[in-house]
Design a binder for this molecule. Structure first.
Ligand SMILES: NC(=O)c1ccc[n+]([C@@H]2O[C@H](COP(=O)([O-])OP(=O)(O)OC[C@H]3O[C@@H](n4cnc5c(N)ncnc54)[C@H](O)[C@@H]3O)[C@@H](O)[C@H]2O)c1
Length: 334
C-alpha cells in the first residue's frame, strides 16, 4: 500500500481520501484552510458529503511540508483557480521526480494553459499525471460504481497509478493523452452552464440532448486543433464527463446555469451556488482558445455572451437555432 497526500479537502479531495483509505492506502489530507480540517475532525464528515464517513485513519494535516513529506504520490485537488498558487507553495518541499496527479478541472484564464502545464511550469521535476471522468464526489464517497481515466506521460506511471486507484467500486482506465483529457474536463463545464440554462428556461430533453451532442462536437473540434486525440473526446473524460455534468443534480456548473436561465444575474447565481463555478472561468479561456486556433464554437460563444455581455439566455438560444444551415459532419461526402 502507498503513502498518499491529497492537497485540498473540498468535496473531491475528501471523497478521494475516503476512497483510497478504504483500499488500505495511508492517506493524508491537507487544506489551505485549517478550519476546514478541524470541522472534518470534529464530525468525521465533510459538510457537503453528509452520507460519507471520514475515518480516523485519514490523517488531517494543516502543515504542507509535513503533509507531503515521504509520500509516494501527491494528488492536487484544489479548485482550478488555486492550482498555480498551491503548486508554488509546494516547490520548496519536493524532492526530484515525485508523482503528482492533478484532479482539478479548468484552463488557466490568463495563460490559457491546461492545469498540468501550470503544475509542470511551477514544479519542473515532477511527474505530472491527471485523473478525470464522470465522477461526482457525492457518489464516489458512497462507493457507487464509477469509472475514470488516468492520463500519464509514461505507461509505467499510468499503470502504477491505475493500481493505486482501482477497486471494485472505482474502475480506472489509462491513456497517454493528458492534453485531451484535460481539455474535455475543462470545456464540459462551459457546456454544462448552457445545459443548466436550458433547464432554467424550462426547455426539455430534446434541448439537453442537442447541447450535449453539439457540445461534444465543439469540444472535439477545439481539442483536435490543440493536439488532443479524437478517441479521448469520445471517452470517459470527454462525452462521459459531459453527460454527467449536463444531466446531474450534483453539478455546480449546471446549477449556476439553471439559475441564470431562471433570470438571476451571473453574480447572483455564483453567490447562490456558493462553490467555485469553474465553467465561468473556463468559458473565457475556451473562447480565447477558439479564436487562437480558429475553431468555430457557437455554444461556447453564446455562453460567453450570456455570462459577460448580459445577453438574454433566450436570445442566445435563438442565435444558436437560427445559425446558417450546415451539414452535421463536415467531413462526410455524398
Ligand atoms: N466535486 C466533484 O465531484 C469533483 C469531481 C471531479 C473533479 N473535481 C474537481 O476537483 C477540484 C476541486 O473541486 P471540489 O469540488 O473539491 O471543490 P470545493 O468547492 O468542494 O472545494 C473548495 C476548496 O478549495 C480550497 N481552497 C480555498 N481557498 C484555497 C486556497 N487559497 N488555496 C488552495 N485551496 C483553497 C478549500 O480547501 C475548499 O474546500 C475542482 O477543480 C473540480 O473541478 C471535482
Amino acid at each position: 500500500m502507498s503513502k498518499i497526500s491529497i492537497l485540498g479537502s473540498g468535496t473531491w479531495g475528501t471523497a478521494l481520501a475516503i476512497l483510497l483509505s478504504r483500499k488500505g492506502h495511508q492517506v493524508t489530507l491537507w487544506s489551505a484552510l485549517p478550519k476546514e480540517l478541524e470541522q472534518i475532525k470534529e464530525k468525521h464528515k465533510h459538510p457537503s458529503l453528509p452520507e460519507a464517513v471520514v475515518s480516523e485513519e485519514i490523517l488531517l494535516e494543516p502543515d504542507l511540508e509535513k503533509a507531503v513529506r515521504d509520500k509516494e504520490v501527491l494528488i492536487l485537488a484544489v479548485p482550478s483557480i488555486f492550482v498555480r498558487e498551491t503548486a508554488k507553495k509546494l516547490r520548496p518541499f519536493l524532492p526530484e521526480s515525485k508523482i503528482l496527479v492533478n484532479v482539478a478541472k479548468g484552463i488557466e484564464e490568463k495563460s490559457l494553459k491546461t492545469l498540468s502545464e501550470v503544475v509542470q511550469e511551477e514544479l519542473p521535476s515532477i511527474d505530472v499525471a491527471v485523473l478525470s471522468g464522470p465522477s461526482h464526489a457525492e457518489e464516489v464517497s458512497r462507493f457507487l460504481p464509477t469509472t475514470c481515466v488516468i492520463g500519464a506521460k509514461t505507461k509505467k506511471t499510468a499503470n502504477f497509478l491505475q493500481e493505486i486507484f482501482m477497486s471494485e467500486v472505482f474502475r480506472v482506465y489509462t491513456s497517454p493523452d493528458i492534453l485531451g483529457i484535460e481539455l474535455g474536463a475543462a470545456l464540459k463545464n462551459v457546456i454544462a452552464l448552457a445545459a443548466g440554462a436550458a433547464d432554467g428556461l424550462g426547455f426539455g430533453d430534446n434541448s439537453k440532448a442537442a447541447l450535449i451532442t453539439r457540445g461534444i462536437a465543439e469540444i472535439t473540434r477545439l481539442g483536435l486543433a490543440m493536439g488532443g486525440k479524437a478517441q479521448t473526446f469520445a471517452g470517459l473524460s470527454g462525452i462521459g464527463d459531459l453527460i454527467v455534468t449536463c444531466a446531474s443534480v450534483h453539478s455546480r456548473n449546471h446549477k449556476a446555469g439553471m439559475l441564470i436561465g431562471q433570470g438571476l444575474s451571473v453574480q447572483e447565481a455564483m453567490e447562490k451556488v456558493k462553490m467555485v463555478v469553474e465553467g465561468v472561468y473556463s468559458a473565457k479561456a475556451a473562447l480565447e482558445l477558439a479564436k487562437k486556433y480558429q475553431v468555430e464554437t457557437p455554444i461556447i460563444r453564446e455562453v460567453n455572451a450570456v455570462l459577460f455581455s448580459a445577453k438574454d439566455p433566450r436570445e442566445a438560444v435563438l442565435t444558436l437555432m437560427t445559425r446558417d444551415k450546415i451539414t452535421e459532419h463536415m467531413d462526410l461526402d455524398w
